[in-house]
Design a protein around this ligand. Structure first.
Ligand code: URA
Length: 434
């Protein structure tokens, strides 16, 4: 078999066989197929697509490029959750303790941020002492004891996806339904949960910019999940403006803690209730979404979800006092307001621009190996639909690198559109598949 022939076949829009897909993934994973040929095939797939069979086989080939986590030592139905990536998305920090407090075991493997999107593992590392690298046996033991653990995805879980994702990131081939679906589902299947809840983001801060594309991605992933016996539900949710108000690692941890205390932003709380009630239903802990939602609200109101977060932090070596003393989290040296240039209503906030601005301040990484600054970022004081007076603060910048402050300020000002008419609110939950 020759890689050249596979590239030519897909370039001409023809179907790849099972053997060809397996040849590509195993050859690329072990370094026999060079980046330039893999990149050419990815671009051909980007334009020509993959059918259902090819997408499912690509997913399983990526999944089988490494180990599979064995969660059989944890009693109960294990439910995983995955977001396709957004700006200000700190739902995992709230959902893990919330759902665990409801009695659903959560064994979560999370990623680091790349580009304008943030990663849960970076956010958790802003809690002093928090250890995201547990050994497999420790990980299972913690889920059995505490009910939850969050670790960085190990190097050998779907390793072909790591290589492919890094290549896609620099060859403009990320935004493809079969490539995103196989990337997400290969990791989820390898991570071993019995059921999967997918948060498919759509809008300016998401990979999928239009609703039709987001539904297509959702249906493709749900179909792959069901084919391998994992109950999978996808929720299509709005990412046309950042989620909540905070963007940046320690700032997002504070906002997640506020949400666990019942004082978080309404959109973040709503998304956590929507995703959490779906997780409870799949885990068999509630008979309906409404019943699950009311269980979750009670766990927030009673403080049990916050206590579970403190327990999780302590179990992973972190300082649990951060939940009552925010001064224990890293803080930036300079805090500056961005005044609104005119009065009116906020029409839109380009989420990708906000993410980019946070990255310029040091909160995110442009390249995988870059160091990030956990203390910096932004807090949006105005969201879509809010009225604003000229001179009033649109957002607060938390910065250490003063050289980047002006660029970040300009990027934020460009992200906001202010107009005279109050815009119609966009729903947070756009749809569910199936
Ligand atoms: N998230 C992933 O894990 N993979 C993609 O391709 C896109 C988002």
């Amino acid at each position: 078999m020759r890689m050249y022939d596979l590239i030519l076949k897909k370039r001409e829009g023809r179907e790849l066989t099972t053997a060809e897909i397996n040849y590509f993934i195993s050859g690329y994973n072990c370094g026999q197929i060079p980046d330039y040929q893999a990149a050419a095939l990815l671009m051909a797939i980007f334009f020509r697509g993959l059918n259902e069979r090819e997408t499912a086989e690509l997913t399983m080939a990526i999944c089988d490029s490494g180990d599979r986590a064995d969660l059989s030592g944890i009693p109960g139905i294990k439910v995983d959750k995955h977001s396709t990536g957004g700006v200000g998305d700190k739902t995992t920090l709230v959902l893990v303790p919330l759902v665990a407090a409801a009695g659903v075991p959560v064994a979560k493997m999370s990623g680091r941020g790349l580009g304008h999107t943030g990663g849960t593992v970076d956010k958790l590392e802003s809690i002093p002492g928090f250890n995201v690298t547990l050994q497999p046996a420790q990980f299972i033991e913690q889920v059995r004891g505490v009910g939850a653990a969050v670790v960085a995805q190990t190097g050998n879980l779907a390793p072909a996806d790591k290589k492919l994702y890094a290549l896609r990131d620099v060859t403009a081939t990320v935004e493809s339904v079969p490539l995103i679906a196989s990337s997400v589902m290969s990791k989820k299947i390898a991570a071993g949960a019995d059921a999967i809840v997918l948060d498919v983001k759509v809008g300016s801060g998401a990979f999928m910019k239009d609703t039709a594309g987001a539904f297509k991605l959702a249906r493709t992933m749900v179909e792959i999940g069901s084919q391998v016996g994992r109950r999978t539900v996808a929720l299509i949710t709005d990412m046309d403006q950042p989620l909540g108000r905070a963007v940046g690692n320690a700032l997002e941890v504070k906002e997640a803690i506020d949400t666990l205390k019942g004082a978080g932003p309404p959109d973040l709380l709503e998304l956590c209730l929507v995703l959490g009630s779906t997780m409870l239903l799949l885990a068999g802990k509630s008979a309906s979404l409404e019943e699950g939602r009311s269980q979750l609200k009670n766990l927030l109101a009673s403080g049990k979800a916050l206590e579970k977060f403190e327990e999780l932090i302590s179990a992973q070596g972190g300082d649990p006092l951060v939940t009552s003393e925010f001064s224990r989290l890293p803080a930036a040296k300079s805090v500056q307001e961005i005044p609104a240039p005119l009065s009116g209503y906020v029409q839109s906030i380009n989420a990708a621009e906000v993410g980019h601005s946070a990255m310029l301040l040091g909160a995110g990484r442009e390249k995988k190996e870059a160091q990030i600054d956990l203390s910096v970022g932004l807090v949006l004081n105005k969201k879509v639909g809010d009225s604003v007076q000229a001179g009033e603060s649109l957002a607060t910048i938390h910065a250490n690198n003063l050289g980047q402050l002006d660029v970040a300020r300009e990027t934020i000002l460009q992200a906001y559109t202010i107009g005279q008419k109050k815009p119609e609110p966009r729903p947070l939950l756009i749809g569910t598949v199936p």
